[in-house]
Design a protein around this ligand. Structure first.
Ligand code: ZN
Length: 250
């Protein structure tokens, strides 16, 4: 038996008809615990479509409150939510899709002092738009053999890659791809802008990658998906480590 109730079978009736959502695969899906760091332009659609896909365990991490400037892309929020904690609003909205989805929240920005609260996650998604956060999540996931999905959107361009840290044959991590040691003064959404549509696409692609990975539908590991949201052009690049990475021995 898997872990879905009769009510859930009704909610997901059109989804569970698909061959990929066999009884065996539903057992797998019901057990995955997904940590999402950053409930913003990517985290909102991602968390919604994970719940829509039958995911049963989510951990939402974000210390921010909802602001007006979030509303062009952070699809779980509206004007009634201004000033409220993002994780609390997101949890309430997601529960309205499936009350039986277990949703835990941390209403803090993640840093080295509270990283360990992520240790029960099967996979951690970096949707934070903050390079320092990306770096500490990458290292934490590598050291603790937790799968890691990095996602980023700037203007119309998105990049997403999943690192399979539970089965690391040859070292490859985010630092191998972006080796800058110091905090680079990288462009951020708040300074150069972000398309709400591209952020939404990033959330959806991240959700599909997670489903593909856990159900073995496609090989998603170490495959950087680059998408131009304006041209609607997509590239999948297999990444191999070439340069010396200081995290190679952890
Ligand atoms: Zn590395």
């Amino acid at each position: 038996m898997n872990n879905y109730s009769e009510g859930e079978y009704e909610i997901f009736s059109r989804l569970f008809i698909l061959d990929e959502f066999s009884e065996e695969n539903l057992k797998k899906i019901s057990k995955i615990k997904i940590g999402i760091v950053g409930i913003g332009g990517i985290g909102c659609p991602l968390s919604q479509y994970l719940v829509n896909s039958g995911i049963k365990k989510l951990l939402l991490v974000d210390g921010d409150i909802v602001e007006k400037s979030n509303l062009n892309r952070q699809t779980l929020f509206n004007l009634n939510d201004i000033g409220k904690k993002k994780v609390e609003v997101a949890k309430d909205k997601l529960k309205l899709i499936n009350t039986e989805c277990e949703i835990n929240v941390i209403d803090k920005k993640i840093d080295t002092s509270n990283l360990n609260s992520l240790n029960k996650c099967s996979i951690i998604v970096d949707a934070a738009d903050d390079w320092l956060t990306s770096k500490i999540l990458n290292e934490y996931c590598l050291k603790n053999s937790i799968n890691f999905l990095y996602s980023s959107v700037i203007k119309h361009d998105l990049q997403i890659i999943l690192f399979e840290n539970t089965n690391l044959k040859n070292h490859l991590c985010l630092n191998c791809i972006f080796p800058n040691k110091d905090d680079a003064n990288l462009p951020r959404c708040s300074t150069i802008g972000i398309s709400g549509i591209s952020a939404g696409l990033a959330g959806l692609i991240a959700a599909q990658k997670i489903i593909n990975f856990y159900l073995n539908l496609e090989d998603e590991t170490n495959k950087m998906t680059i998408f131009d949201g304006k041209k609607l052009s997509i590239d999948n690049i297999i990444i191999k480590s070439k340069h010396k990475c200081y995290l190679n021995s952890v």
